[in-house]
Design a protein around this ligand. Sequence first.
Ligand SMILES: CC(C)(COP(=O)(O)OP(=O)(O)OC[C@H]1O[C@@H](n2cnc3c(N)ncnc32)[C@H](O)[C@@H]1OP(=O)(O)O)[C@@H](O)C(=O)NCCC(=O)NCCS
Length: 237
Amino acid sequence: MAALAKIQKDGLSLEVAFYTSDELPWDLRAWVFELVKSNMEAVYAEDWDDKEKREEIMDDKARFLVATDESGMPQAFVHFRFEIEQDVELCYVYDIQVNAPVQRRGVGKHLMLLVELIAKKNAMKGIMLTSFKNNDVSNSFYLQKLKYVIDPISPSYSNPMSADQYEYEIISKLWDKESQQRLQAQADDARSAWLEYDLEQKVIEKLAAEDKGKLGKTDALIAEGLLPQKDLSKKLR
Ligand SMILES: CC(C)(COP(=O)(O)OP(=O)(O)OC[C@H]1O[C@@H](n2cnc3c(N)ncnc32)[C@H](O)[C@@H]1OP(=O)(O)O)[C@@H](O)C(=O)NCCC(=O)NCCS
């Protein structure tokens, strides 16, 4: 496989090759799995599943960049796919993993810049990924080092009342302004709907706890969702 790019920094000399899922040789496929497992099993905790990760790596849509050193040893890879998320064409990064001895020497950043170039060349509107909230390394890498942002479609924004139930954030870098606005608008709609739903649930619980026999007509209509909630503010105090 011809090298797509070279990474030369901090005493490292790596060649980066691109592979589709079909093209990735079996020995590299096995190495990809072992590296993710050794770097990430503790982060995934009880969510780690060998079979699921193997299937993810085998998926037809999977694309890989693999960085190999001068002795032919693979040292880092990125697994990404071109996907459509809420009508926006995005490059989704499933994994980026760097072998422990070569971490923090600029390889990860270089690989992400290459992914960005590939994504732009393929008319993608941006890059998106999920990152576990408990993965300080990954969050620092994306949010501080690469200046990615927590996307508005992430549950912490779009579903704030239930944000604690999600163990991940959706992180992105969108270079297409229109797509950015579209995702923001969709997230705002979802956020309003969740907030409204949450208020409704509180009201229903409150009314259920009260003596229903004493409910006036207005309360009953509100409980049925037939009157606007602004009238309920008095009941919530
Ligand atoms: C996260 C990772 C891909 C970054 O690649 P890298 O080649 O180490 O990163 P770079 O050298 O380009 O950038 C380093 C930045 O990553 C973050 N980082 C990397 N290792 C870190 C560590 N052990 N502790 C804290 N931050 C770390 C920091 O933001 C760091 O910036 P700094 O060195 O200026 O503080 C790599 O460290 C890795 O594979 N880590 C383990 C697995 C993982 O968490 N993968 C990402 C989730 S899919």
